[in-house]
Ligand binder design. Structure first.
Ligand SMILES: Cc1cc2nc3c(=O)[nH]c(=O)nc-3n(C[C@H](O)[C@H](O)[C@H](O)COP(=O)(O)OP(=O)(O)OC[C@H]3O[C@@H](n4cnc5c(N)ncnc54)[C@H](O)[C@@H]3O)c2cc1C
Ligand SMILES: *[C@@H]1O[C@H](CO)[C@@H](O)[C@H](O)[C@H]1NC(C)=O
Ligand SMILES: *[C@@H]1O[C@H](CO)[C@@H](O)[C@H](O)[C@H]1NC(C)=O
Ligand SMILES: *[C@@H]1O[C@H](CO)[C@@H](O)[C@H](O)[C@H]1NC(C)=O
Ligand SMILES: *[C@@H]1O[C@H](CO)[C@@H](O)[C@H](O)[C@H]1NC(C)=O
Ligand SMILES: *[C@@H]1O[C@H](CO)[C@@H](O)[C@H](O)[C@H]1NC(C)=O
Length: 475
């Protein structure tokens, strides 16, 4: 085991340490207990997608195998050491509460992926990112449901629901889960399936981070030969003067199962200036894709780069969003309606923020829209999962993106303002925020919707000491 300087005042494995004893003693003890590929680093080495409200632990323990996770959580639980499990490190919420007395259990190196013979199932570990899975599936002539950005941990996204471009056809990520191997709040390993423990399964599939640390899972896979594993997608650039027309057309378009779409306000790759970019996705041919999105395409774009592309490049357009570091205090809301006046206000707020801070030129308004009828009817929308927002069409996010903490206050005010423009015409009876996109200033009812009451009950049963308390904790 490689041990760099350990700055930890936690008490783990029966040994209490203060920051002054940042030496190998604690590490030696850990070494005798955990696998030889485990590494321990001081917190400064930790890279996350957003530095805003990031956890600042005493140490980051990067585990070598799934058993290590159980051992560390058992020790942390015995000694009341706060811990945060980190996989892709993309979570941007401000609900992390880890200081020098706590540790990060980094599971990002658990990368195993194995398909069954006929490619109908895949078993993978918790450090697997969307990109890892896409590449493995591609190599196996398979298509596995993943989320839109390559850097995100597949399980990290899935445990909150897991939105996917192909969810109209295959369901949300949680609908693809077959079983999970997890460690509970006291460090006990369990295999959970919908049948083995229906209540825990329900809680895990929507509020997973509150109920266990999933170390590996078995998930559905579709056998699809590479030559057929394609979709029609790409960037379509509109003029900002067309925002009202584009938003109205998006609002009025009912997405069929094979369709998905995004709309961005972001620095245009054409000229670096604020731009309006539409991203249609159709799991089929260009000809039919163009027909399905005709009401938007017919508005007349500045540039249309859509084409039929292979599964292993579907996420490429999102790669710039995966850039780690910088401050990104983001705000979201779920939308059933999109109202042109509200979106003109959002555009004006976006360009004003963009123009006010030169370093904030990656600031983005990102909206992802999904077919709802299909997810609502999907295999497991029979009440066996706790994800509460299957009827939400669009998920809008305001992402301010900069480096100076001096801009924080302006960025927060801006994000809240944009969210309030959306909230006024969201078309929902209650304001909703997808747990994986939320900020942390919302009410728990806004995050967990109609599942909140039952989740709170189950929290008492499965995590009575509230140790899994870092991601929108159910108090
Ligand atoms: C660029 C970008 C694009 C995104 N695109 C999408 C998208 O298309 N669809 C979508 O649904 N979401 C998307 N998200 C949101 C994403 O789902 C969440 O940020 C998710 O929480 C990230 O998980 P992570 O493991 O990468 O991050 P982390 O910060 O490591 O984890 C986030 C939280 O989940 C917990 N967690 C992670 N893994 C596990 C595990 N195995 N067991 C228990 N708890 C765990 C962590 O403890 C932490 O509290 C995107 C985020 C970013 C930054
Ligand atoms: C943060 O954690 C500390 C213990 O490490 C606890 O005392 C404090 O109440 C927590 N704060 C919040 C807001 O939960
Ligand atoms: C990783 O997957 C392979 C099959 O591809 C399997 O033989 C091996 O046991 C797995 N290793 C771990 C540590 O799970
Ligand atoms: C694929 O193999 C599994 C066993 O691993 C079997 O249960 C399933 O019926 C097979 N499916 C198809 C479509 O062949
Ligand atoms: C955008 O529209 C405005 C007003 O219609 C027009 O003046 C401008 O030239 C257009 N820009 C581009 C890039 O087409
Ligand atoms: C954004 O700003 C940075 C400096 O803050 C600059 O290096 C970069 O070129 C700018 N990007 C664009 C697209 O203008």
């Amino acid at each position: 085991m490689h041990v760099s300087r350990v700055l930890v005042s936690a008490s783990l494995f029966g040994l209490s340490l203060s920051a002054s004893s940042c030496n190998g003693k604690w590490a030696t003890l850990v070494q005798s207990t955990l696998s030889s590929s485990t590494t321990i680093q001081c917190a400064a080495a930790n890279q996350r997608w957003s530095d805003f409200a990031a956890p600042s632990p005493g140490a980051v323990v990067t585990v070598g195998n799934e058993n290590d996770v159980a051992k560390i959580i058992a020790a942390a639980s015995k000694t009341n050491t706060p811990f945060l499990v980190q996989s892709g490190g993309n979570g941007w919420a401000d609900t992390f509460n880890i200081s020098s007395t706590g540790i990060i259990i980094d599971i990002s190196q658990l990368k195993n992926i194995s398909f069954n013979k006929n490619k109908t199932q895949v078993t993978f570990q918790a450090g697997v990112t969307n990109e890892d899975m896409i590449n493995a599936a591609w190599d196996n002539n398979a298509r596995v449901s993943v989320s839109t950005c390559n850097c995100v941990s597949l399980l990290g996204a899935t445990l909150g629901g897991g939105l996917s471009r192909t969810q109209g056809t295959y369901g949300l990520n949680i609908d693809n889960l077959i079983s999970v191997n997890m460690v509970d709040a006291s460090g006990v390993k369990k295999t959970v399936t919908p049948k083995s423990d229906p209540q825990l399964w329900w809680a895990l599939t929507g509020a997973g981070a509150n109920f266990g640390v999933v170390t590996s899972a078995t998930y559905k896979s579709q056998p699809v030969p590479q030559a057929q594993n394609t979709a029609w997608t790409g960037l379509v650039f509109f003029n900002e003067s067309q925002i009202e027309e584009v938003i109205t057309a998006i609002d009025q378009l009912t997405l069929e199962p094979a369709m998905q779409m995004d709309i961005y306000f972001t620095a245009s790759p054409l000229d670096g200036k604020p731009g309006v970019i539409f991203l249609p996705f159709y799991l089929g041919s260009e000809e039919v894709g163009r027909q399905k999105f005709a009401s938007i395409l017919n508005i007349g774009s500045i540039l249309d780069t859509t084409e039929v592309i292979p599964y292993n490049t579907w996420n490429s357009a999102g790669d710039p969003f995966c850039t780690d570091g910088g401050r990104k205090p983001s705000y979201t809301i779920g939308l059933k309606k999109m109202e042109p006046t509200a979106w003109r206000n959002v555009w004006n707020a976006y360009t004003e923020f963009f123009n006010s801070y030169a370093e904030a030129n990656l600031t983005t308004i990102l909206t992802e829209c999904y077919p709802t009828a299909a997810t609502a009817k999907s295999v497991q929308s029979d009440g066996s999962t706790s994800y509460p927002f299957r009827d939400i069409k669009c998920y809008a996010i305001a992402i301010p993106w900069y480096t100076s903490p001096s801009i924080d206050a302006a960025a927060i005010a801006w994000g809240q303002q944009v969210r309030s423009y959306w909230a006024a015409s969201a078309g929902t009876s209650c304001t909703s925020s997808y747990v994986n996109f939320a900020h942390g200033d919302e009410s728990l009812a806004q995050i967990y919707g109609s599942s909140l009451g039952q989740l709170k009950q189950l929290k008492k049963k499965y995590d009575p000491y509230k140790r899994l308390n870092q991601w929108f904790p159910l108090s």
